[in-house]
Design a protein. Structure first.
Ligand SMILES: NC(=O)c1ccc[n+]([C@@H]2O[C@H](COP(=O)([O-])OP(=O)(O)OC[C@H]3O[C@@H](n4cnc5c(N)ncnc54)[C@H](OP(=O)(O)O)[C@@H]3O)[C@@H](O)[C@H]2O)c1
Length: 336
């Protein structure tokens, strides 16, 4: 198929592009900047901002399927920017699909759409959307996800994937923050060891996108549905953070702060940064405090059953690959 991947140059998008190319698809990527690694894969690129409705429609012309992976991610930033990219941009993608006769749309969402900051332990997709969100990112992803699910129709088959905390070589988000905080002596574990969190290794998340695309056609059983995706291997946040530190050759962190203190500190910092109109992200945000201090892991039986998803790269194997990647060059925070 001729497939457009939005955000094909991003962390997940690039891995999705590589798998689609390997599976024999003709792949085009849409994002604001050009990414040399995509050119090396044979992926054509369109320099387009998701906020530009006509340009998005033009980039979709001639494609048979769209994987909508681009988003403004992060724990901090102006609400209006998250809305414009994540909500308005998704509206533009859906409209572009409908106007161009595209019949398949895979949307990359996030389990954070159901996480209101309380423990979620082994819940499946019947769990409702959160009513209150700790940040604009999950709030706008939830709106976008609903738009995609509502767009499912005989004309356009849609499916939503919710990969949980993606990690692996090239991570520009979570890993650099953890490593920078650890190197600066600012990292703390939040709460005791009683909580459990699941994650997903990059290659497993990318493979799930290809599996979903393979199974997506109008009236297929996966249409109009959302799927949690993870390693199926929840662990304590301390174990996970320390495994990442070990992969980077850093010593484990043992210092802890109570979850309530973390949340209070995050709220105070966010208020102070907003009042002072500081654009930089505070050292602790409510989103990160909630992620570190609560259980959040999901039942992935639906993805196993309907998508044929299996976390083929185990957590241990992923950690070995990550350690090899980090040992081979500069840390991601330094520009890889
Ligand atoms: N990383 C995670 O742990 C995680 C977990 C769950 C879900 N997700 C979802 O997975 C998807 C990919 O995330 P990621 O971690 O790969 O993020 P990423 O590395 O930041 O990639 C996002 C991509 O979106 C593009 N993009 C951003 N704003 C754009 C705009 N206005 N117009 C056009 N393109 C734009 C960026 O390319 P340019 O900068 O070149 O425009 C970039 O390639 C997102 O939908 C995210 O919500 C991620």
């Amino acid at each position: 198929m001729r497939v457009l991947v939005t955000g094909g140059g991003g962390f997940l998008g690039r891995a999705v592009c590589a798998r689609l190319v390997a599976a024999g698809h003709q792949v085009r990527s849409l994002s604001r900047s050009r990414h040399p690694e995509l050119a090396a894969l044979g992926v054509r690129q369109r320099s387009v901002d998701l906020r530009d409705r006509q340009a998005v429609a033009d980039a979709i012309t001639g494609c048979e399927a769209v994987v909508h992976c681009a988003a403004k991610a992060g724990a901090w930033g102006p609400d209006a920017e998250f809305r414009a990219v994540n909500v308005r941009g998704t509206e533009h993608v859906i409209r572009g699909c409908l106007d161009n006769g595209v019949r398949r749309l895979v949307f990359t969402s996030s389990p954070s759409v159901v996480h209101a900051g309380r423990d979620l332990e082994g819940v499946d997709e019947s769990v409702p959307y959160a009513r209150r969100f700790p940040a604009a990112y999950p709030r706008t992803k939830a709106v976008a996800e609903r738009l995609v699910l509502a767009a499912d129709s005989p004309r356009l088959a849609t499916v939503v994937l919710r990969p949980h905390l993606i990690w692996g070589p090239g991570d520009p988000h979570f890993l650099p923050r953890v490593l920078a905080a650890a190197r600066a002596g600012r990292l703390r574990l939040v709460g005791g060891e009683g909580k459990r969190v699941d994650t997903i290794y990059l290659d497993n998340a990318a493979e799930a996108h290809v599996l979903a695309l393979d199974r997506l056609e109008p009236a297929a059983p996966i249409c109009g549905r959302a799927y949690f995706l993870s390693q199926g291997d929840p662990r304590s946040p301390g174990e996970l953070l320390n495994a990442l530190l070990a992969a980077a050759g850093l010593p484990p962190e043992t210092r802890r702060i109570p979850p309530l203190a973390a949340r209070a500190a995050a709220a105070v910092l966010e208020t102070a940064y907003r009042a002072a109109r500081v654009r930089a992200e505070p050292p602790l945000t409510r989103l990160v405090a909630a992620q570190l201090g609560t259980s959040h892991w999901f039942d992935i039986s639906a993805a196993r059953r309907d998508l044929g998803y299996r976390p083929r790269v185990s957590t241990e194997e992923g950690l070995r690959r990550l350690a090899a990647y980090l040992a081979a060059g500069p840390a991601p925070a330094e520009g890889r």
